[in-house]
Design a protein around this ligand. Structure first.
Ligand SMILES: Cc1cc2nc3c(=O)[nH]c(=O)nc-3n(C[C@H](O)[C@H](O)[C@H](O)COP(=O)(O)OP(=O)(O)OC[C@H]3O[C@@H](n4cnc5c(N)ncnc54)[C@H](O)[C@@H]3O)c2cc1C
Length: 548
């Protein structure tokens, strides 16, 4: 070739950008789970929303909102307090599309079986464009049960909380077309152990209090109201703290600074002080933890859903890349070892997806069935623990599938890699989830009974699952202590994943999950699936992602 013929201006053997695809229809396990768990009715809406979330416009919005991060303006130029956070228009665009689609509200407004599942499907799709905006959406979804504790609060706030209109204006909540919510529990001296909270609530009569204190983390600071924990003479209590008082005056919440975070950068997380902030008691004094836990129970579901979604989003990039990229004479997807790696990651992704969706179904069932309520008491912290931890591990391997491209910001993977650990930390970190499972087993024995009955009913499907269930039953009934808590949670998570995959996925794919996750000497590393069946590996990958 002559020097003059050298092509400096186009690259070869690079894949096209993964955009303008449908993140719902390309995800077989998600479609099959929605169908199997009884929320088929969400299908048309999910197809529409999946197309929107896979569009180049929404993908671009995710990039922009994470590049142009929120800015706190504490004062105006004359020294007056403002306490507002400014977001890039792309942030508002993503919030607008999501709220219009009912990501935050469908669980409550569907009025038919499968509301939680529908919410989880939409949340899963939404998470794939941007993790940061999922935070205010989740809190707005999850606050509803806590607001319902006081009928007076519910009557006043719920119609706007469930509105499908996004209204980011900084004005009193009762003049708005739609609301968003946040929460503030964590203080400098303790986040997991909220009993150490020192924020004080002084009663002013009629359920109104004035709060003085400081919170170390308060995300989505432009929310219209926050659930806040503070001490009263009756003990730690839960309060609704709006940004504006009922007479339309800016409430005495002062945001000091925004955290400079590893990821989750499109979302703002502030430190806030309350200098006699107007607050309304939620429930009774002294019931603060119980009442805010109603919200946290729901945010934990979303953490499990969100981590499954991020893993799947990353995996889609890897499968897409490897379907085009050639090395050593074949596409990477056709290189046996890469196919093994991708299939193993696909098993992780579909396992996480069915686990999250099965918990969502449990929430739906629990509305009419006490047994399911007991089941999700343990299964929710299990899924929160497992999905959020496994996603962090999977992301590191997924990045490598794209080689150097995966390490470059334009590929989205560095952002997903930075975003994904937060789900493991907030809403109760890993150890806290594992210890919560032990607490439930001890203090609410009906939850353990429900889980054991679930296991019992699932025997006989696969010998490795049978062995695992028997081993897990022994572990659970041996009075395990904190040193075994992670072992307990891991065993339960794998049992539910394998069981549900057996019900939903092709038998050979589910069997591969059992062989690779439940066999006594299974490998610790990715890409060691015990099969030489290349077609089965491809079939497994297609469960997680297949470009339509
Ligand atoms: C980006 C971001 C946004 C956030 N937004 C909010 C928000 O909006 N509102 C809010 O209230 N909080 C928020 N948080 C705070 C978050 O919920 C807490 O960081 C989390 O609950 C952990 O509390 P901590 O940081 O005080 O850690 P600690 O409570 O000190 O825990 C540190 C570690 O110790 C472990 N641990 C705790 N107890 C035990 C035990 N008994 N045995 C063994 N291990 C234990 C924990 O699992 C954790 O790994 C946010 C955090 C982040 C990172």
């Amino acid at each position: 070739m002559q020097e003059a013929d050298f092509d400096f201006y186009s690259s070869h053997n690079q894949p096209p950008v993964l955009e303008d695809y449908n993140s719902f229809t390309s995800n077989r396990i998600l479609k099959d789970a929605a169908h199997a768990y009884g929320a088929d009715w969400i299908h048309p809406q999910a197809v529409k929303f999946g197309a929107a979330m896979g569009s180049s416009g929404m993908q671009q919005a995710g990039f922009l909102a994470n590049k142009h991060t929120p800015v706190l303006r504490t004062h105006d130029r004359f020294g007056n307090r403002l306490d507002i956070v400014e977001f890039h228009p792309a942030y508002h665009e993503m919030m607008d599309v999501s709220i219009n689609a009912g990501v935050h509200s469908i669980a409550w407004s569907a009025n038919k079986y499968g509301g939680y599942l529908a919410h989880s499907v939409l949340s899963y799709l939404k998470q794939q464009i941007d993790e940061g905006t999922s935070c205010p959406l989740t809190m707005t979804f999850a606050v509803v049960p806590s607001l319902r504790i006081n009928p007076e609060i519910a009557d006043a706030w719920l119609p706007l909380a469930l509105s499908d209109k996004y209204d980011p204006r900084h004005i009193p909540w009762y003049d708005k077309n739609g609301l968003t919510f946040g929460m503030a529990m964590t203080e400098p001296q303790g986040g997991s152990d909220v009993r150490t909270n020192t924020t004080i609530a002084a009663p002013a009569g009629g359920g109104i209090y004035y709060l003085t204190g400081r919170k170390w983390f308060c995300s989505a600071p432009m929310s219209d109201a926050f659930l806040v924990l503070a001490q009263t003479s009756g003990g730690l209590s839960c309060f609704l703290v709006p940004r504006f008082t009922p007479d339309g005056v800016k409430n005495k919440l002062y945001f000091q600074r925004l955290k400079d975070k590893l990821g989750n950068r499109s979302n703002a997380s502030g430190e806030v002080e309350f200098h006699g902030a107007w607050a309304q008691l939620v429930g009774e004094e002294g019931r603060g933890v119980v009442n805010i836990m109603e919200m946290v129970r729901h945010t934990r579901l979303d953490c499990a859903v969100g981590s499954a979604a991020t893993m799947q989003r990353a995996l889609a990039e890897a499968v897409h890349h490897c379907s085009y990229r050639q090395a050593f004479g074949a596409t990477l997807l056709n290189q046996p070892l890469m196919r093994n790696v991708l299939a193993d990651l696909a098993l992780e992704s579909i396992g996480a997806t069915v686990l999250a969706m099965r918990i969502a179904k449990g929430f739906d069932d629990a509305l009419q069935d006490e047994q399911s309520n007991h089941f999700i008491r343990i299964a929710t912290p299990v899924a929160k623990y497992w999905n959020t931890k496994r996603a962090v591990l999977a992301l590191a391997e997924i990045i490598e599938c794209l080689g150097g491209n995966g390490y470059v910001e334009e590929s989205i993977l560095p952002r997903l890699y930075r975003d994904v650990p937060v789900n493991a930390i907030w809403e109760g970190s890993g150890n806290v989830q594992a210890l919560d499972v032990l607490r439930a087993m001890e203090k609410e024995p009906a939850s353990l009974t429900a889980l054991l009955q679930y296991f019992q009913a699932e025997k006989g499907h696969h010998p490795l699952l049978d062995q695992h269930l028997t081993k897990t039953e022994k572990l659970l009934t041996s009075n395990p202590g904190p040193l075994q808590a992670r072992e307990v949670v891991t065993a339960i998570a794998l049992a539910i994943q394998a069981t549900e995959l057996i019900h939903i996925a092709a038998p050979a794919v589910a069997a591969l999950f059992c062989q690779s996750r439940l066999a006594p000497n299974n490998s610790a590393g990715w890409g060691c699936l015990p099969t030489d069946n290349m077609d089965l590996l491809l079939q497994t990958i297609a469960y997680a992602f297949q470009h339509q």
